[in-house]
Design a protein around this ligand. Structure first.
Ligand code: PMP
Length: 406
């Protein structure tokens, strides 16, 4: 591709509209290839996966299992039985909270949670702590959002039986030192879940190199449809866990009183699965692979640099987290002194720029940073210089529009 603009051509919504969509961390846009795959499933392979013994049913199963294999390869997992399809990151994390934490934690244990957790990676652990009597302990970050070696070493002890860590925060955008945390928790005999909702769209993930026990992400942030998500878990742990949801298609046999559960991964996939979603997630991953993460990262860094450099020139604008665009993965969270983020978002909407305003489902983090509400622009590789220009030009006029002299 020689023109930077051309990525938008792959995305019908962007191709047919003039908006500058900068809310990619909330949900990505879908490329043609993904929309085509979803339609293809229903047009060519539609039957209830994992059930039908007729050819069409077997085709549907085949699509679903091929998608699982693509996800396995994407995460560099050893076995496809370690890949569980869920609805989203939230469901993946809840699965681990209910099936693992409730059965393995007890009073006296500590459950470690990063202060930068999205509420989806906090509320399930608050529940697990409440039910088991384990103590919820926070790993606090610095004011620039980073975790220091000292903070990590101080908080992880022999009591740390479980740690729920965010790979890339949806507020800060920096890559957290998850490998260091995993190594230390393992050394102390604990288990780690990594929330990869914001990292999976931006960087290659190798669950074996990370040695992570559980990892969760959502398809919709990765250009796949809404309603398909992934949980990776080490086979040994998943094998020992009871099912999260029970019902059809997750059993070997059922009597009036009891049931023998199916083997992995189906033990954790009760009810009719999202066959078309899985098939389209496969297409999304293939689309990413065809471009390569290096290309995505280069584009995102160039656009993030443009955005941050322009924002830094504007008086009364403060960027949350690191001031280095390399540490943002496309996430640029900021405040404009004296202006509420809801006003900022409406003004930007008026200029044709879509951003997110509010607490970003991370209230404890924002309280820790002392900002409470912010505005977030989140950039994807398919954005272009014109999107960023329109965004920063609109931010320049905000204070005046709100009645300030400058
Ligand atoms: N974790 C992080 C870091 C997120 O950014 C999000 C989505 N904003 C989630 C979890 C939850 O993802 P979902 O709503 O797809 O379950």
């Amino acid at each position: 591709r020689n023109s930077m603009k051309s990525y938008k051509e792959d995305f019908p919504l962007l191709r047919n509209s003039s908006i500058a969509y900068l809310d990619n961390a909330a949900t990505a846009q879908r490329p043609e290839a993904v929309l085509k795959a979803e339609r293809e499933f229903y047009e060519k392979y539609n039957a209830n996966p994992l059930r039908g013994l007729y050819q069409l049913g077997m085709d549907a199963t085949d699509c679903y299992e091929k998608a699982r294999e693509t996800v396995r390869d994407f995460l560099h997992a050893k076995k496809s039985s370690e890949i569980i399809f869920t609805r989203n990151t939230t469901e993946s994390i809840n699965l681990v909270a209910y099936s693992y934490a409730l059965n393995n934690l007890k009073e006296g244990d500590e459950l470690l949670v990063g202060i930068d957790s999205h509420h989806s990676n906090l509320l399930p652990w608050q529940m697990a702590a409440r039910v088991t009597g384990a103590k919820l302990v926070f790993l606090d970050c610095e004011m620039d959002g980073s975790y220091t070696k000292e903070a990590i070493e101080k908080v992880i002890t022999g009591r740390t039986k479980f740690a729920a860590i965010t790979h890339v925060s949806n507020v800060i955008g920096r890559v957290n030192p998850v490998e260091d945390i995993i190594r230390l928790v393992h050394k102390n005999g604990g288990v780690v879940l990594v929330d990869a909702a914001q990292s999976a769209p931006h960087l290659p993930i190798d669950v074996c190199a990370m040695d992570v026990d559980f990892l969760a992400f959502s398809g919709h942030k990765l250009m796949a449809p809404m309603g398909i998500g992934v949980l990776y878990g080490k086979e040994k742990l998943l094998d020992e866990m009871p099912p999260f949801l029970t019902g059809g298609e997750m059993i070997e046999s059922v009597t009036r009183e009891s049931a023998v559960f199916a083997e992995l991964p189906h033990k954790f996939e009760a009810g009719t699965v999202n066959g078309a979603g899985a098939w389209a997630l496969k297409a999304a991953i293939e689309y990413i692979n065809s471009l390569g993460f290096a290309t995505l990262q280069e584009r995102e860094l160039a656009l993030t640099t443009q955005a941050m450099e322009e924002l830094k020139k504007i008086p009364y604008v403060n960027i949350i987290g690191s001031q280095d665009p390399k540490e943002h993965n496309g996430i640029v969270n900021f405040t404009v002194e004296g202006v509420h983020p809801h006003d900022i978002a409406s003004i930007l909407d008026g200029a044709g720029v879509d951003v997110r305003a509010g607490h970003h489902c991370a209230q404890p983090l924002l309280k820790h940073l002392g900002v409470f509400v912010t505005t977030r622009a989140s950039i994807a590789f398919y954005n272009d210089e014109e999107d960023i220009h329109r965004f920063t030009e609109a931010v320049k006029g905000i204070r005046r529009m709100m009645g300030y002299a400058e």
